[in-house]
Design a protein around this ligand. Structure first.
Ligand code: GAF
Length: 368
């Protein structure tokens, strides 16, 4: 059944349409809340928000992804309910706390970023919502403060203890433009992906949820490791610190080793991309995956299988789990021109072996 349009839902046309893309992190995983480096890029799938102002202080919100139900609340009376509408409430709550004056709105969301896929459906929704409010109320809100506000909504209202990578990526990364971000200073540069870097993204079909325990546990382990090593954040460690890192009690040593080596891999990946060295970039992908699987322990057997199918495929240079882990998606580097065929091969074999349905997100439209 087609989901109702804005006009059908609210009896008038939308005044503003805004959107934001999902992101795929190329490398630099679980480094953002340790003050380290990340390298995400935008994916073609986007989340769109249509919105029209109202004359009162009510917000009415519907999502084409969940049907035709309309959720309603009053500005200033936001309350967490552990539903998708927490993201809408989180945005008006965060804008209100920041001193922005809003009025009521009707809004409709439609997302092509699959939920819980490790491709930042949450940040895409938050950034699209903030852009829609910014346009509708002419808010004086530049991109980086907008990304910080999205993080505040997710951390302090939704209750997911995520870092700043996704909100910055959904705000600033573009098509074939990776965001090389220092998550401590928020200094960034845009790194263009040269021809020859052909990405494949396959969603394992196994969803994660970062508001749940495992992500939180990893964060806490990193904080304990930093404290035991006498640094403010794991970002402050160098590869030469690895002997004392590995002297920490289990599993803190391995957790910290992942972060220290992953930061180095991000720097090496930026050099490889600038040099057009796909082979080297691919090896960095595999090394990152191994570190997430063995040291950080955020992979699952289904994701390892997708990566291993990549290792065995002559058209794939590298593969790794992308995003927070415990499910989600894999990003692979394919030989130029071979991405769609390799993606179809991999997802079909994955389905045969696991009984799970993998979806190819990039190349967009492949594998359908
Ligand atoms: C999730 C979080 F939202 C990010 O902040 C980041 O920590 C990522 O997991 C792991 O790199 O996407």
């Amino acid at each position: 059944m087609p989901t109702p349009s804005f006009e059908r839902l609210f009896g008038r046309p939308a005044a503003v349409t805004a959107s934001a893309p999902g992101r795929v992190n190329l490398i630099g995983e679980h480094t953002d809340y340790n003050g380290g480096y990340v390298l995400p890029t935008a994916i073609p799938q986007r989340t769109q928000v249509e919105l029209a102002r109202r004359d009162d202080d009510r917000v009415r919100a519907a999502s084409a992804n969940v049907g035709s139900a309309v959720f309603e609340y009053r500005l200033g009376a936001e309350q967490r309910r552990s539903r998708w509408t927490d993201y809408v409430q989180g945005v008006t709550w965060a804008l209100g706390h920041e001193g922005f004056r809003l009025g009521g709105v009707d809004l409709r969301v439609e997302s092509r970023v699959p939920l819980g896929s490790g491709l930042s459906s949450s940040a895409a929704l938050l950034v699209a919502l903030l852009r829609a409010f910014r346009d509708a109320f002419a808010l004086d809100l530049a991109d980086v403060p907008l990304a910080r506000l999205a993080k505040r909504a997710e951390n302090d209202f939704v209750g997911a203890p995520v870092g700043i990578m996704d909100q910055m990526a959904c705000t600033l990364a573009g098509d074939r433009q990776a965001l090389f971000l220092d998550t401590r200073s928020l200094d960034y540069t845009i790194v263009a992906l040269p021809p020859g870097i052909d990405l494949v993204i396959v969603n394992s079909g196994i969803a994660h949820n970062h508001a749940k325990g495992d992500y939180r546990t990893r964060r806490a382990e990193c904080e304990r490791a930093a404290e035991a090593l006498g640094v403010a954040q794991l970002r402050d460690l160098e590869p030469s610190d690895l002997p004392r890192v590995m002297a920490l009690p289990e599993p803190l040593g391995r957790r910290a080793r992942h972060v220290v080596t992953e930061d180095e891999r991000v720097l090496a990946a930026v050099r490889a991309i600038k040099a057009g060295d796909v082979e080297n970039l691919g090896q960095l992908f595999y090394a990152s995956h191994d570190s997430m699987r063995d040291d950080y322990e955020v992979s699952i057997p289904e994701i390892d299988l997708l990566v291993d199918l990549g290792r065995a495929d002559p058209d794939i240079h590298g593969a790794r789990l992308t995003g927070g882990g415990f499910g989600g998606s894999v990003v692979l580097l394919a030989r130029p021109g071979a991405a769609a065929a390799a993606a179809a091969r991999l997802s079909a074999e994955y389905g045969r072996r696991t009984g799970q349905r993998a979806t190819v997100l990039v190349p967009d439209g492949a594998g359908r």
